[in-house]
Design a binder for this molecule. Structure first.
Ligand code: AFP
Length: 342
């Protein structure tokens, strides 16, 4: 018998996977399934642009400054618009919110509204674009709280625990989409030849023996005593621990993705460097909460140093919180050191 190059029954597209997950829920209307599929489509579009990022016409900064005070790069805007435009007319969303905009993004009046809200960071780690390091898009989906009409700010400020689905696309040596709708974490790799996300990482669990710690150690002098001791502990300089290896890209999706697959902890603690940012740099609703939901589904967890990220009810769209995320034992240890020394 002639050898077949691959077993086609093993090929599971993201569409098939999402539909199969939905079939376990007879009450489902298919709206979430379609929403996830639209997000995957936006991911393909963004991936196609990021792989051409070295080409002169789209590389470089615009003169615009976003509400975080950062220079907006053209790819951020392309990613932002791709997410918004592919989701504004479908009737699935009450409103959206993007890390690139100060307020919520309403659905244009000419289109119907739906029962979900979508929050996203269109291109996280964008300061890495010029250096060809991994960047990503992060998203979170909640059920709206308001009953009808345009979505509201309150619809977007829900604790992570109430999230319906979360995920990210990572644009690296390949493009991957990793998502959870509360039934495990699943990873898909984009096959550029056929333009489909194919299931490559079913049921991702954070390995029990962690390999890495990831933090910007350049800021060590601005850290509290608790964080200094915690870092020494991770390095094996305090206690009996075998030292973990250090890895830090400075692109949250890239750093989180590596630690999700290899085991480890990423942390961006509060520091004293910038008095206008007393709680660190990362945004609760756009970055920390969605990744916390994924970490929890993969057997890990996330904390702000005192409580589970998923238990925090946001007070504003651009709220920043300290983040410790990864293996459960390493995140708990961070809380212990903070409790003991700070
Ligand atoms: P940019 O989108 O400005 O590159 O910021 C990326 C980010 O929000 C997150 O992805 C990184 O983990 C973190 O900032 C890196 O911050 P530092 O450069 O301060 O380490």
């Amino acid at each position: 018998m002639a050898a077949t190059p691959f077993d086609q029954s093993m090929i599971i597209t993201i569409e098939r996977h999402i539909l199969e997950e939905q079939s376990g829920h007879p009450e489902a209307t298919g709206m979430l399934t379609s929403l996830l599929y639209d997000i995957a489509l936006a991911g393909k579009l963004i991936a196609s642009r990021t792989t051409r990022a070295g080409l002169a016409e789209i590389l470089g900064s615009t003169t615009d400054v976003n509400i975080q005070g950062e220079t907006v790069m053209k790819l951020d805007q392309l990613a932002d618009q791709s997410m918004y435009r592919l989701n504004d007319h479908t009737g699935r969303l009450a409103c959206m919110a993007s890390e690139e905009h100060e307020g919520i993004l309403p659905i244009p009046e000419r289109f119907p509204t739906g029962k979900y809200v979508l929050l996203y960071d269109p291109l996280d780690g964008s300061s890495n674009i010029d250096y060809n390091a991994s960047i990503g898009t992060i998203f979170a989906i909640y059920r709206r709280l308001s009953t009808d009409g345009p979505g509201t700010l309150a619809d977007c400020l829900q604790p992570g625990r109430d999230m319906v689905a979360a995920g990210y696309m990572i644009y690296g040596s390949s493009t991957m989409l990793v998502y959870t709708s509360g039934h495990g974490v699943h990873g898909f790799t984009l096959d550029p030849a056929i333009g489909e996300f194919l299931l490559t990482h079913p049921n991702i669990r954070i390995p029990e023996n962690p390999k890495y710690y990831s933090t910007n150690q350049g800021y060590q002098r601005y850290w509290s005593r608790g964080i200094q001791h915690y870092t020494h502990w991770l390095q094996g300089l305090e206690g009996e621990n075998k030292p973990l290896s250090a890895r830090y890209i400075g692109s949250l999706v890239g750093d989180f993705h590596r630690n999700l697959l290899s085991g480890g902890v990423f942390y961006y603690p509060a520091d004293t460097q910038d008095p206008t940012k007393p709680h660190g740099k990362l945004r609760l609703v756009y970055e920390c909460a969605p990744l916390a939901f994924i970490a929890a589904q993969a057997g890990g967890c996330a904390s702000d140093g005192q409580q589970d990220i998923l238990d925090i009810t946001p007070t504003s769209l651009h709220q920043r919180v300290p983040l410790f995320i990864g293996n459960y034992s390493l995140v708990q240890a961070a809380e212990d050191f903070i409790r003991q020394y700070d």
